[in-house]
Structure formats: C-alpha cells, structure tokens
Design a protein around this ligand. Structure first.
Ligand code: ADP
Length: 676
C-alpha cells in the first residue's frame, strides 16, 4: 500500500515536471517526504573563458561577479568556456534525508560536482560523457550523485561544466524511491519506442524479402538509424549497447547522423519517384551521397567536434532538399507524398525544437528533450502508412490495369465472337449458294455428259438402222423380194427397239439408278454388238473374225445390254482406227474366254495402234484423236466394266491395238468355265 502511494506520488511529480515545468527556485529546499524537486530559474553561474580556474579560484569570487541564469534550466548555448554553477541544498525535514542529485543531460563532456558541507568538507565527483557508466558515482545514463543530508543540514553545491555540446544543465533532486520509479517509467517508454522500432524493422524486413521493393530497405535503415541516434543522445547506447566504449559513442553518433541522412535521402528519392518526376535532382543526390561517404570515412580520422559539425551541415542540406521534394511531389498530386511530408515534418519539428532548446532560444522541457524521439516514433508509424499507401496505390493501379485489360479482352472477345458469328453466317450463306451452284453445275454437267454419251452411243444403232434402211431401199429398187424386205424392216424395228433399251440402260447407269446386276450370257452381248457393227464393217471392207461362240453360254454377272455397249464401242474404235489409217488387211478379231473368276472379251484389230505416250491418256475424259470424236467412249466403257466389278484394259499387241474387257463370272458359272 505504502509502495503504491510512493509510486503514485512519484508519478504525479513526474507528470507535474513534464507538464508544468519547474517548481522550485535557485535553491533546493527539500521538505520531509519530498519526491522530486528541480532547480528553478536564477541559478548563479560564472564563465571561465580559459577553463583554468580551480574550485578555490571560484570560491574566492565575490557574489556580485556571479551572473544569474533566468531560464528554468540553465542554458548557455555552445561555448568553449568552462561554466561554474552554484546553488544550495537544504534539508527541511525533521530527520536525515537521502537524495539523488541528477544532471539530466548525458552529452556533457566534463562535469565536476563539488559538495561543500558546513564544516568545510568538500566532496568532489568528476563525471562526463567520456566516462563509462559503471565508473560514475551512480551507474546511470545521466549524471547522478547521491547526497545525504543530516537534519537541517545545508550544503553548497558547485558544478563545473565544459563541453562541445550545448551548455545545458538541467539539475534536479530526487528521493531515491521516486528516482527509481521515474527511471523505470522512462525506461518503459524507451522500451516501447525501441519495441516499435524492432517490430517495424521485422515487419518491413519481411516486406522487403517478400516484395524486393528497395523502399523497405531504405526505410529500415532510416528508422534503425533514428533509433540508434535517440539511444546515443539519451545515453542509452553507452549504458546498454556498448558500455565502457566511450570513444565509440562519439564516432557512432557521427556515423548515425550520416547514415540517417543518406538512407532518408535514398528513401525519399525512391519513395517519391524522384527519378521519374525530377530526374535532374538525381545527379545532385548522388554527389551528396558521395560527400556523406567521405564524411563517414573522415569520422574515423578526424576529431569528433569537426566531424559532427560537418555532418550537421550535410543534414541541414539534405533535410531542406527532402522537405522541398516531398512538398513539390505532394503539390503535383502524388498521394503517398502527403504521409511522407507530414512524417518528415514531424521529425524535422522534433529536431528543430531540440536544437532551439540547446541553443537556449526556447526553454528546455521534457517535450523539447524528447521531441526527436516522439517525432521519430510518429514518423516510423506514418512512414509505414505512407509505404502501405504507396503499395495500395500501386496495387489499385495494377488491379485497375488488370480490370481494364480484362474489360478490353471481354469487349474484344465479344466483338470477335460477333464477328465470327457474322462471318459464319456469311460463310454458311456462301456455302449454301456454292452448294446450289455446284448442284446446278453438277446437274448441267450430268446433263451434258448424258447428252454427249447418248450422242456417242446413239451413233451405232442409228448407223445400223441407216444401213438396214439403205439395204431395204436398194432392194425395193432392184428386185422386190417381200420376204427379204420384211426381214430387213424387221431388223430396223429390232435395232431401234434395242437402241431404246440401250438408251434406257445407259440413263439408268449414268443416273446411278441401276437395278441389281443379273447373270447374263456374254456371248449374247457379243452377238448383238456384231449385229450393229456388221453393216459398217461390210461397207468399210473390214473383216470380222469372231472366234465364234459355240452353243455354250458364258455366264457373267452384270448387265448384258451395257456389256454389249462396251463391245460395240471397242469394235467401233477398231473400225475407225483402220479407216483413219488405211491398213491391209483390215481385220478385227473378237475372242471370248474365261478364267476362274472372270469372263473376258478381247477385241484386237490390225489398225495403226497407239503410241506409248497416248496409252496413258486413253481412258481419260475428252481424249480423242478423231476429228469428230468426243473422247468419252473408252472412259464410259471402263466405268461400266468397273461398275460391274470387272475392268477394261489395253493390252500390248504386236500389230494394231488390243483391248480386254473382263466381267466377273456369274456365281453358278464359276465352276463351269468355258471358252470359244
Ligand atoms: P472417241 O472414239 O470419241 O475418240 P474413245 O474414248 O472411244 O473416244 O477413244 C479415244 C481415242 O482412243 C480415240 O480417239 C483413238 O485415238 C484411240 N483409240 C481407241 N481405240 C483405238 C484402236 N483400236 N486403235 C487405235 N486407236 C484407238
């Protein structure tokens, strides 16, 4: 319970110190149960320009020589002089009092504290930023001296300060308990800040590995550098990171300032797309980077005081450039630049506030002291928001582009589909029209082929009829023999009937309207063909040698009338060939025979035959050597033969031409093969 009360009072003291500023005068009057008391305005101080005075020298100085600092916290800007501060501490309580006197600025290089008791005893405490924390009177990042005061005792305190940093000397007295509590609270706040840095470090490292975006790398360097800087400035690095390595602290501070500036610049350049929006700046940026690299190397060679000044000059230039670029980009409408500009302004504000307080231009307070820490904490969060905003912006742009592409593809596909459908329709129409045309052409072609065929095939029966009719006329003019005349006229009638039948079968064959083939006697077909050709042969003096059919029929499977037509064509061609090229003797030999599968009819003549090259074209359409030929007889004849599953071929012959017409044997005749 007591602990809680003490804690709350210490906390209240701290809050008052943070919010209301100083609560005491230039003398520390410490009542019973006091927790915390800061030295107020009006502290007496003395400047030793050469820094050579001893304590005795200073004590000899009369009071009028001492000046009085009006600010809450003695602040005298930057100076090479040594400064002496003087104040008293008095125990107002009823008993003894243990106190901790704190000088809360760890950057002071040399601090000598003298406590002079009433009897003239002097206690000396030499301290400074160059002293390891463990060697200090009280192991703490700030300069802390334990002072015990007896009942009603008053001591005089003299403090000598000489430093390259700002002469700023915040002095306060604490009860040990309150000091511990406030120190814990401060440590927790620093812990929270560093925790934030570690979390952001890990989070952004993950994003860096995941996305490969260099912005995250620069961000990590920037915020880590800021955290390192805060730790150095507040003495945490010397206490926790590299205890005892006092020289490292100064060097680290220079390196950190340079590192922060460089990474901040790289981050800004990439984050704000400077290489796209203001490419002319890049050269300049590279030059500054080069200078910073030189400064980093120089920090190992030259004194801290020189290097920190140069680093600060570089920082001011880079800060101005980054600020200007971020505002310009914001004005240009680049959305992520606003987070960037705000976060950057916050750190800048923190830095400016701290600097102004160090120069003594504004009073030192807990806000000015931690403005950089606070600003950088806000900056860490805001920059992360800026990165997320940028990433989201890029993702949205990507998604928009994808969606546009998808829409375009969809539109394109629809258009394509519509076009394909239209083209298909057009093609279907064109195809239908083509089909109609082809059908019409086919009908026309069929008609013309049919016509040509009929013309070709009609010639022979007509020629036969003509011969018979002429015979009848002659007969009537010479000796009228009624019986013979009747026979001749009967032949005319018979031939015209058979001609009709033949035309019928030809039409059926050409229009594919065949009835199924029947067994027929090939000898019959030969005989009928000879009837038609005999008159022409007699006229032209062609001897018809028929290796005469005996009574035995030669049964073939097919159509006898069509077979007759094939034989007529072969005989007609033989006669024509012999007429065209007079040959002696003019002889046609017709032979029929069969093998185990086919019944054959061979027609051989003694005409001129055919040259070898012509033999290949014989069965092609329109091949003819005759002046009034049509070139369809052999083609048609082969088609008829093949339709009946047989064939028509030309055979080699020593004299004239020889054709072999083959038809499958009728089934019942296969075992009864004969020849004549
Ligand atoms: P066309 O008789 O109308 O000319 P064909 O197809 O029946 O048509 O005959 C084609 C050609 O084959 C004839 O023009 C002819 O040159 C040649 N030919 C057919 N048979 C014989 C043959 N026995 N001797 C010589 N040439 C022939």
């Amino acid at each position: 319970m007591i602990c809680l009360r003490v804690f709350l009072r210490a906390l209240l003291g701290l809050v008052l110190a943070l919010c209301l500023g100083r609560v005491s005068a230039a003398r520390l009057d410490l009542p019973q149960g006091f927790q915390f008391q800061a030295l107020g305005p009006g502290v007496a101080y003395l400047e030793d320009p050469m820094g050579l005075w001893t304590l005795a020298d200073v004590l000899r100085r009369p009071d009028p020589q001492w000046a009085h600092n009006p600010s809450d916290v003695p602040t005298l800007g930057y100076s090479q002089s040594a400064f002496w501060f003087k104040f008293a501490m008095k125990n107002r309580g009823p008993g003894g009092l243990s106190t901790l006197l704190e000088i809360a600025y760890p950057m002071l290089n040399h601090v000598n504290l003298y406590v002079i008791q009433g009897g003239g005893t002097v206690w000396s405490y030499p301290m400074g930023s160059g002293q390891a924390v463990a060697q200090r009177p009280y192991p703490h990042r700030n300069f802390v001296v334990p002072i015990d005061l007896a009942h009603d005792e008053e001591v005089e305190v003299l403090l000598r300060v000489q430093t390259t940093s700002s002469i700023q000397v915040p002095i306060m007295a604490w009860s040990p308990q309150a000091f511990l509590i406030q120190d814990n609270i401060i440590n927790i706040l620093y812990g929270a800040y560093l925790g934030l840095v570690v979390i952001m470090f890990a989070y952004n490292l993950k994003l860096l590995i995941g996305t490969g975006d260099r912005n995250y790398l620069y961000y990590i360097c920037w915020v880590t550098g800021m955290a390192g800087f805060v730790m150095c400035v507040h003495g945490l690095s010397l206490q926790y990171l590299w205890p005892g390595q006092v020289h490292l602290n100064d060097r680290a501070l220079v390196l950190l300032v340079i590192g922060i500036c460089s990474s901040a610049m790289m981050f800004s350049v990439h984050f704000l797309d400077v290489h796209v929006a203001m490419p002319q700046r890049l050269k300049w940026m590279h030059a500054v980077l080069l200078v910073n690299a030189g400064l980093a190397v120089g920090s190992f060679l030259f004194p801290y005081s020189t290097m920190i000044r140069l680093a600060i000059v570089s920082t001011v230039i880079i800060t101005a450039a980054i600020g200007q670029m971020s505002i310009q980009r914001w004005m240009q409408g680049y959305r992520p630049a606003r987070y960037f500009a705000i976060s950057f302004a916050l750190v800048l504000l923190g830095g400016v506030a701290m600097s102004l307080s160090k120069f003594g231009l504004i009073p030192r307070s807990v806000w000015t002291e931690h403005s950089v820490t606070l600003g950088s904490a806000l900056e860490i969060v805001l920059l992360n928001l800026a990165l997320a905003d940028r990433y989201n912006g890029e993702r949205q742009a990507r998604e928009r582009a994808q969606s546009d592409l998808f829409d375009w593809q969809q539109k394109h596909n629809d258009m394509l589909e519509a076009k394909v459908a239209q083209r298909t329709k057009e093609l279907e129409l064109a195809n239908w029209q083509l089909q109609q045309y082809v059908n019409r052409m086919a009908r026309l072609q069929m008609g013309s082929e049919l016509g040509a065929t009929l013309i070709h095939e009609l010639r022979q029966p007509l020629a036969a009829i003509q011969s018979f009719a002429q015979g009848a006329v002659t007969m009537m003019r010479t000796a009228l023999d009624a019986d013979r005349l009747e026979r001749v006229l009967g032949r005319i009638v018979d031939t015209s009937k058979k001609g009709n039948v033949m035309l019928d079968r030809m039409r059926a064959f050409l229009t594919q309207d065949n009835e199924s083939f029947q067994p027929f006697d090939l000898h019959d077909s030969v005989r009928e063909a000879l009837v038609w050709l005999r008159p022409t042969c007699q006229q032209e003096g062609v001897v018809l040698d028929v290796l005469d059919a005996d009574a035995t029929p030669l049964w073939a499977q097919g159509d006898g009338v069509l077979a007759q037509q094939v034989i007529v064509n072969l005989l007609r061609n033989a006669v024509d060939a012999m007429i065209a090229a007079p040959s002696d003797p003019r002889r046609i030999t017709v032979t029929t025979f069969s093998d185990s599968v086919f019944a054959h009819c061979r027609v051989t003549d003694t005409g001129p035959g055919l040259p070898d090259q012509a033999q290949d074209q014989l069965f092609e359409s329109c091949f003819t050597t005759k002046p009034n030929g049509m070139g369809i007889g052999l083609k048609l004849s082969r088609s008829i033969a093949r339709e009946m599953r047989g064939d028509l071929t030309m055979e080699p012959a020593s004299v004239g031409a020889s054709f072999l017409f083959s038809i499958p044997l009728a089934k019942h005749a296969v075992s009864n093969v004969s020849a004549f």
